[in-house]
Design a protein around this ligand. Structure first.
Ligand SMILES: Cc1ncc(C[n+]2csc(CCOP(=O)(O)OP(=O)(O)O)c2C)c(N)n1
Ligand SMILES: [Mg+2]
Length: 618
């Protein structure tokens, strides 16, 4: 958990929709155009001024005043969800698809507490979100009133910032600030909790022309000396690697990254959060690092003499055992959030700034070095990495019993649907296979819950992504366990006309947990069998095809390898309803490679009990 002082964190590509902040000289807010209305009307008017076109939510007593003017809003579409967790994840999916903050709305107490998971998810993955909750009326606050929960207290460590609004006249300024904070600097979730009596009170509406937030000025422009030092180290290194994280995606720096990579010839590894920001087909892309990363990507970090970390945070799933991570590497660490730098691994060259600006400046510095004859020679390094790629590629084996290989299903999905679609994964084995076996060529085409690992993310986030970009094909790649956490949002998708497609990779169990039980608990499968695809296939509880149909969606099933393509094509042909495909797959497939929990990346296995030979020169 981060310290409260770090709650407002540093810059991004997400578009701030609120008014500009004051100039450094700092004049106060200029208010124009006042109009009489209720606090609730003022809230909806504020959302319209902030450019909001969609709100995902569920009404209840405390927020009810806001739902009345919302009914009449011409600019704001409200999508009635079936669970507030779904509303939060849908808002995240919308943010991924549009680059603008997603908005969710809930009532006090249980409505607000149901937002805790998506808020934490957005905080961990730096997703811009504005959550609006109703609070009990001010005289009831602190009395354990009906449906009172101290949501500001509860969400203090899981939001970038939050507000409790008790006066109607504070609503426009607070909403404007919330959108600015959520989308600027390091993006993140902001919660605005509004007391019911503030929503009901008469007030005068005026939208602030400027914001006065003297304590909040994210640094986006990197320090030139640090950038030049980084360029010098790249030229002098023998074994450098660009370790690219979600910050590069957030800052919209895919183009700049490509220029830097091609200019320097340095190998690139993209984390789970950055899949797609550098094309998978690019010869310099080594794939994903970490617990289920490629041998070449993990090896590149371990053997590097220089790691240039761009918008990445040295997460434990990437570093493995920290004290044995990349022992010979010097570190250049660029991040918009100063709290990330040297948090887990000491940075020899810290660079605070927006990744897009950092990379653009780095390109200039590298060009200058090259013009002066200073250029790296990485031929021997590439020979080493190419050998790892060739000897230890990603792969899988078909099951002995003729059952479907889940990896094959996911690989074919990517091949048939192509790189223009958005793929939204759940959490577990299917998520890792979706990261490994779909070729991502464009930024933003892979969406998932990385930091928190939230089961149930996929269906509502896919729904939100489709609302944000209706022209795009959106596939949720979900697990049978995850799907059962939030599949009620199929009702939302069917009724609201949001034709997402869901591939349920149904291995009949909590597969990732089962994999750990196989490897670390002697195959004692304590409570991981879900009975969604029993081996004898007698009774499926639930039957996902019938469940889909019950929710007004098209339901399909595929159980044989020879039917994969035809089933995907059938699903692709449906464009007027959501589709759910139950891919009943092998129960025992495992995700490889794997770095076991708490062990060194040096001990990665590319298959069970099979460790790569790092130094073989043949
Ligand atoms: C909300 C939540 N609860 C529990 C977990 C722990 N967990 C991680 S993966 C996993 C299994 C997921 O099962 P499924 O959706 O079927 O995916 P599979 O691994 O089988 O592909 C569990 C229980 C989690 N990540 N999130
Ligand atoms: Mg499963």
């Amino acid at each position: 958990m981060r310290a409260p002082s770090n709650r407002i964190r540093g810059g991004g590509f997400f578009v701030a929709q609120a008014p500009p902040t004051t100039s450094p000289s700092g004049e106060g807010s200029e208010l124009v155009m006042t109009e009489q209305m209720t606090g609730a009307q003022s809230l909806i008017r504020s959302l319209e001024h902030a450019g909001v076109d969609v709100v995902f939510g569920i009404p209840g007593g405390a927020i009810l005043p806001a739902y009345d003017p919302l009914y009449d809003s011409a600019g704001v579409r409200h999508i009635l969800m079936r669970h507030e967790q779904g509303a939060g994840h849908a808002a995240e999916g919308y943010a991924y698809a549009t680059g603008r903050p997603g908005v969710c709305m809930a009532t006090s107490g249980p409505g607000a507490t149901n937002l805790v998971t998506p808020l934490t998810d957005a905080h961990m993955d730096s997703v811009p979100l504005v959550a609006i909750t109703g609070q009990v009326a001010t005289p009831l606050i602190g009395t354990d009133g009906f449906q009172e929960a101290d949501i500001c207290g509860i969400t203090m460590p899981i939001t970038k910032h939050n507000y409790l609004v008790k006066n109607a006249e504070d609503i426009p300024r607070t909403i404007a600030e919330a959108f600015h904070v959520a989308s600027s600097g390091r993006p993140g979730p902001v919660l605005v909790d509004i007391a019911k009596d503030a929503l009901q009170a008469a007030t005068s509406f005026s939208w602030p022309q400027r914001l006065d937030m003297p304590g909040y000025r994210p640094v986006t422009k990197p320090h030139g000396k640090q950038v030049r030092e980084a360029a010098r180290m790249i030229a002098e290194a023998r074994r450098p690697v660009l370790y690219v994280g979600g910050g590069v995606l957030r800052s919209g720096a895919a183009q700049e990254l490509r220029v830097l990579a091609e200019l320097t010839g340095v190998p690139v590894t993209t984390t789970l959060m950055a899949r797609g920001v550098f094309p998978d087909s690019h010869p310099q892309n080594l794939g994903m690092p970490g617990m289920h990363g490629t041998v070449a990507a993990v090896g590149s970090l371990q053997k590097a003499d220089l790691i240039v970390a761009l918008g990445a945070r040295f997460d434990d799933r990437v570093t493995g055992r920290l004290d044995s991570f990349a022992p010979g590497a010097k570190i250049v660490h660029a991040d918009i959030d100063p709290a990330e730098i040297s948090k887990n691994r000491h940075a020899d060259v810290p660079i605070v700034g927006d990744c897009r600006e950092v990379i653009a400046d780095l390109v200039v510095a590298v060009r200058n070095d090259q013009a002066a004859g200073r250029e790296g020679d990485y031929a021997a390094w590439w020979a080493q990495l190419d050998r790892l790629r060739e000897v230890y590629p990603l792969g899988y084996e078909d099951a002995d019993d003729g059952s479907l290989a889940p990896q094959k299903v996911i690989q074919r999905l990517g091949e048939l649907v192509g790189p223009d679609a958005t793929y939204v994964a759940g959490v577990g084995q299917h998520q890792m296979w979706a990261a490994q076996f779909i070729g991502y060529e464009k930024p933003g085409t892979f969406v998932n819950s990385g930091g928190l690992g939230t089961m149930g993310f996929s269906v509502p986030a896919a729904l939100g992504a489709k609302v944000g970009d209706p022209e795009r094909t959106v596939w949720a790649v979900d697990g049978d366990g995850c799907f059962q956490m939030t599949n009620q949002e199929l009702a939302t998708a069917a009724i609201e006309g949001i034709p997402i497609k869901v591939a349920v990779v149904n291995n009949g169990n909590l597969g990732m947990v089962r994999q750990w039980q196989t490897l670390f608990y002697d195959g004692r499968y304590s409570h991981t069998d879900l009975q969604t695809a029993p081996r004898d296939a007698k009774v499926r509880v639930p039957d996902f095809v019938r469940l889909a149909e019950a929710y007004g969606c098209v339901g399909l099933r595929c159980e044989r390898a020879e039917d994969i393509d035809a089933t995907i094509e059938k699903a692709m042909a449906v464009d007027d309803a959501p589709v759910v495909v139950d891919f009943s797959v092998n129960h025992d497939a495992m995700v490889w490679p794997m770095v076991g929990p708490g062990i060194s990346n040096d001990n990665i296995q590319y298959a069970r009990d099979m460790a790569p030979d790092w130094d073989d020169e043949d």
